[in-house]
Design a protein around this ligand. Structure first.
Ligand SMILES: CC(C)(COP(=O)(O)OP(=O)(O)OC[C@H]1O[C@@H](n2cnc3c(N)ncnc32)[C@H](O)[C@@H]1OP(=O)(O)O)[C@@H](O)C(=O)NCCC(=O)NCCS
Ligand SMILES: [Zn+2]
Length: 193
């Protein structure tokens, strides 16, 4: 973090290095992990968490070839949607979670975009890449209103990643609700063991 780290009204976006690709970059290099950490600070500030959801020093993260360890991160900085603006403008982080009722899987732990870059389709662009790489993934609760709208619009059950959602179902199809039942299933899907 910069010296502005203690000023909760300053949002700085790290510059991209020449040669950084435009699309979604895995945060395997330290520079990218530092960018993700910076956005984790902003995520924490905006949603008033009392802990930081990601630290650059926690290691290079999942290498896509190996079985992930419990809680291992697969993190992604977002490049600006403006091709002339060489900055990262947000980040997301998946973690490999173990659950009580369902097999281990990736979970989208958090995602945060600079306010000026929201509602410009960045999450929509990232989503199919993540689906290809991490599905079937959970999404950790609580969801922000924006995220809940986004998830509902996908229209697909996030447990089986197969059946469509009926009106009023946010994340799980009726069959999965039944299969996972006893209690608040949406919460359980977001609730690590
Ligand atoms: C949630 C967030 C990642 C969404 O990313 P995004 O790139 O802005 O989303 P997109 O532009 O791809 O939006 C796609 C669709 O999602 C829904 N959506 C996204 N943001 C929304 C909002 N603020 N209100 C209502 N619907 C929203 C809309 O259906 C939107 O389609 P539309 O713009 O054609 O109506 C981003 O708004 C953000 O970082 N918010 C602050 C942090 C946060 O809420 N994180 C999630 C914590 S669970
Ligand atoms: Zn289902």
């Amino acid at each position: 973090m910069t010296r502005d780290a203690d000023d909760r009204y300053v949002i700085r976006c790290p510059r991209r290095a020449p040669g950084d690709p435009d699309g979604l970059v895995s945060a395997r290099s330290l520079r990218h992990r530092q960018a993700v950490e910076q956005f984790a600070h902003y995520f924490r500030r905006e949603f008033r968490y009392d802990f930081l959801h990601y630290e650059a020093g926690e290691g290079a993260g999942w290498d896509r070839a190996s079985q992930p360890a419990e809680d291992e991160a697969a993190a992604y900085p977002f490049a600006s949607g403006c091709s002339y603006d060489g900055r990262y403008v947000g980040a997301a982080c998946f973690r490999w979670r173990l659950y009580r009722d369902i097999p281990p899987r990736w979970a989208l732990a958090w995602v945060w975009l600079h306010p000026y870059e929201r509602r410009r389709g960045l999450l929509t662009l990232a989503w199919p890449v993540w689906v290809a790489r991490h599905a079937p993934f959970a999404i950790e609760l609580p969801l922000s209103d924006a995220m809940e709208t986004f998830v509902r619009r996908q229209g697909r059950c996030l447990a089986c990643w197969d059946r469509p959602l009926a009106a009023g179902q946010t994340m799980l199809c009726a069959e999965c609700v039944k299969a996972l039942s006893t209690g608040d299933t949406d919460k359980r899907l977001g609730d690590p063991a």
